[in-house]
Write a protein that binds this ligand. Sequence first.
Ligand SMILES: [Zn+2]
Length: 194
Amino acid sequence: MVDQLFEGNRAFLKNDLAPNRAFYENLAKGQKPEVLWIGCSDSRIIPEQYTNAKAGELFVHRNIGNAVPPLDLNAGTVIEYAINHLKIKEIVVCGHSDCGACKALDADLEHDHLIPLWLTNLMPAKKRVDSTLAPATSDIEKADRLVAIIKENVRLQLEHLRQYPLVQAAEADGRIRLHGLYFDIGSGELTTID
Ligand SMILES: [Zn+2]
């Protein structure tokens, strides 16, 4: 597999870098992204591809379930750097269809140690959905319930994001805007979550 990566890199150098050398030479001097993209680690999610974004346009933080735990050193550092130093203008939290993290909220994870702990950051989303929806019986209802949990999780993580004082301050004085998005892997469509 690693050989494939080097082969892929050679193809990139030939097909992408060589014809766009000036763009990459300029890129090498520094970054000035305007968007912080918080998304899931899922291998099927390639935000730059789905949004047609070029290198240098998205500052990206990814983890299992696109979580923004209020006291997470990793996410917190990314957010602080993005707001205070990169002066990004928008923060996106993007959930996606078939998210394994959201599916795992129903799973028995007795042999795992860290995953259940991490998923506590998402669990209120499942509880909120189950408190408003009738229990799902058909496959369609189960699929709808999963999408509802995935979208509710994005709302939950936006709430977490707004617990960071620097996010609160930046949003209050109009320096940043926050957005919840949903990406459907099968259709390739990106939509806004209200
Ligand atoms: Zn996911």
